[in-house]
Design a protein around this ligand. Structure first.
Ligand code: CTP
Ligand code: CA
Length: 224
């Protein structure tokens, strides 16, 4: 009679997921952002919950919706906000999957008032944001840490160097070269690379199915 529960391989596990873009304020009405829809991260959150995990979904601005009693959604705006929220939860997690498209730069100063237009050119000085994933790689203990890599060239090589540099257990390489893979689409084409640098390519498929592939790989690796 406990059949259904025993088929939930992530029952009792806590999973942190980051999703969506971040917005970096220029002034009260403008920001630097990107085209991430959050679809991939939300699909992963749903799948992790379906496998029985308690999910903490930290999302940048996204129109995605999720309704699942095992998913707690934490909304954030900027890379700094996402960094704080992620560190707040990470210590108690078993798995962390960082799929967010975090801005690499933020304006050095965010104006308090709307910047008025002028005829002169406008320069906005940018500072690098903190790398959330790398910061978790530095402090991780028991956690299984998964990152994403979005590449347009030297994909495998770049993904492997990210995996090593950020001390990950696996990295999901997202190909932008394939039509139908990427930001606003409903499909994705991935290759999962594990920490032994073994590559596992997958077909182009719906983001829901990609999420299942990712979670199945993680479950299989946890059981090793
Ligand atoms: N990431 C993060 N915090 C950042 C930047 C990236 O947590 N400030 C995470 C992303 O969520 C993703 C991984 O790092 O899991 C790789 O992101 P990506 O943009 O592909 O790589 P970067 O390290 O930012 O390098 P670049 O953009 O120069 O390729
Ligand atoms: Ca980046």
């Amino acid at each position: 009679e406990n059949d259904i529960l025993s088929k939930l391989p992530l029952k009792g596990k806590k999973v942190l997921i980051t999703a969506g873009p971040t917005y970096e304020a220029i002034d009260p009405v403008r920001f630097i952002g990107n085209h991430s829809s959050g679809k991939m991260g939300f699909a992963i959150a749903k799948q992790a919950a379906n496998l029985g995990a308690e999910v903490f979904l930290i999302s940048g601005p996204s129109h995605q919706k999720i309704k699942h009693s095992f998913v707690k959604r934490i909304d954030v705006i900027s890379a700094d906000d996402m960094y704080k929220a992620t560190h707040q939860y990470f210590k108690n997690m078993d798995i962390a999957i960082l799929s967010a498209a975090v801005a690499d730069y933020k304006p050095k100063n965010s104006a308090n008032q709307k910047i008025k237009k002028a005829t002169a050119s406008l320069n906005i000085e940018l500072l690098p944001t903190k790398d959330i994933l790398a910061s978790l790689g530095e402090i991780k203990e028991h956690q299984f840490l998964v990152g994403f890599a979005l590449e347009t060239n030297n994909e495998i090589e770049n993904a492997k160097s990210k995996l090593k540099r950020k001390n990950l257990d696996a990295i999901v390489l997202n190909s932008l070269q394939d039509k139908g893979a990427g930001f606003a689409t409903n499909t994705n084409k991935i290759t999962i690379i594990d920490k032994n640098l073994v590559e596992k390519p997958f077909e182009l498929k719906s983001k829901d199915k990609v999420a299942k592939d990712i979670m199945n790989e993680i479950v299989a690796k946890l059981e090793l």
